[in-house]
Design a protein around this ligand. Structure first.
Ligand code: ADP
Length: 394
């Protein structure tokens, strides 16, 4: 992880005629990190987020971007807001234009891009969020999840370094929330620093690289999530709850289970803890195979027929384009979130799976499977679908 991109030094802020919302806090975000600001209502999360792109200026203390104190003149703010994109909780407040195209084009047009540059930026952004083809649609006719994606595309069109999301999943149903969190992972994978605010500990705990627990305008704790949420007293003080997986691992520890230093962040981690006990009841079978198909590469053989020929296989898709590809090819998806872990769990039961994914995410599959196999002394084979010969796939 490289240099610091956003830093706060002892910042304070009071709303006019209001109480002090931010009470002397300091922190930094590194480039490429996924940060969750977690706190109950009124903790100061929204206020703090608005300081990241200069919408709110602290009364005292300093905000820095790229190691330089933020400047609040018009020109500096314009530049800062290009680099730090902000996605509001309610997309209806962010979307202003009568068509999706015009809305997404707003930022690049304001930045004086030429007409072809604007068109390119809008096309790229819409493709990214899975809304290519929605250009002429009026935003008010879209679903909540689609509106959210338009708002994200509007921010992405300016190619910011940092994306800030206020309560990103608010108003979305569970599957919409999963899709959105996966989009955030995709963007992070492409190098963007992502900051979210949330009061949902179950959402923040497995997702974040670092969690900042905020209450009453103070930072209560800041660390990797299992440490940040590891002290139940502190967590209660912050009016939050301990994530279920951490609570369960604490209970297992009390019952004599050996819990690794890196606490479980997923169901897969938890299964590993349970199965690695000396008297565990795990039944060892020879592991299944995980086949990975990069849908961005056009040279792969016919997937739908390959899947059809293997009735026992489960298919998962990671990322917006991979999910769209599956829909286009009429491939039924079993997993759309937490896909790698779910396929590892299947492999451990001796069953095969196929993961559809895009270029930026392909390496993550092997990395995650390798890490798991090293830790658990299992051997799961990952095969590249794209490298299979056409004859192997009939
Ligand atoms: P959170 O996002 O964690 O719910 P906020 O940043 O919205 O918290 O609010 C922090 C504190 O600032 C709360 O006490 C809230 O009542 C107060 N506050 C927020 N917005 C305003 C405002 N526009 N005017 C006065 N007080 C505000």
């Amino acid at each position: 992880m490289s240099g610091i991109i956003i830093e706060a030094r002892d910042i304070r802020f009071r709303y006019p005629r209001g109480q002090e919302a931010i009470r002397g806090i300091s922190f930094h975000f590194r480039r490429g990190e996924k940060i969750a600001l977690v706190g109950p209502n009124g903790a100061g999360k929204s206020t703090l987020l608005q300081m990241f792109n200069g919408m709110i200026r602290p009364d005292s203390g300093t905000m820095l971007f790229d190691n330089k104190p933020m400047q609040y003149d018009r020109e500096s703010l314009r530049e800062l807001r290009r680099k730090v994109g902000f996605v509001l909780q309610n997309p209806d407040r962010q979307i202003i234009a009568p068509t999706v195209y015009q809305d997404v084009a707003f930022g690049p047009t304001n930045l004086a891009y030429t007409e072809p540059e604007v068109r390119q930026a809008v096309t790229n952004a819409l493709r990214h969020v899975g809304l290519f083809g929605f250009e002429r649609r009026p935003p008010h006719q879209l679903s909540g999840g689609e509106k959210k994606r338009v708002a994200i595309a509007g921010v992405l069109a300016m190619d910011p370094d940092v994306l800030v999301f206020d309560e990103p999943t608010s108003g979305l149903d569970p599957s919409g929330s999963e899709d959105l969190m996966e989009l955030l992972d995709e963007l992070n994978n492409e190098g963007k620093t992502i900051v979210i605010s949330t009061h949902d500990v179950e959402l923040a705990y497995p997702w974040a690289d670092r969690a900042i627990l905020l209450a009453d305008g103070h930072i209560i704790r800041e660390d990797i999530p299992d440490v940040a949420f590891g002290n139940p007293k502190l967590v209660r003080m912050a009016h939050l709850s301990v994530p279920t997986l951490l609570e369960l691992s604490a209970e297992l520890a009390k019952r004599g289970f050996a819990i690794p230093d890196r606490k479980p962040r997923s169901v897969l981690d938890m299964v590993h803890i349970i199965e690695s006990q000396p008297h565990g009841t795990s039944v060892r079978t020879s592991p299944g195979t995980i086949t990975v198909c990069n849908v961005d590469e056009k040279n792969h053989p016919e997937i739908a027929a390959w899947v059809k020929a293997r009735p026992g296989i489960a298919v998962g898709a990671m990322g917006t384009r991979a999910k769209q590809y599956a829909a286009m090819e009429c491939i039924a998806l079993e997993f759309t979130y937490g896909v790698i872990d779910k396929c590892i769990l299947r492999a451990l039961r001796g069953q095969d799976s196929l993961i559809l994914t895009t270029s930026s995410m392909t390496d993550r599959v092997s990395a995650r499977v390798d890490a798991y196999c090293r830790e658990s002394s299992n051997a799961i084979t990952v095969v590249s679908f794209n490298a299979l010969k056409k004859t192997d796939t009939s």
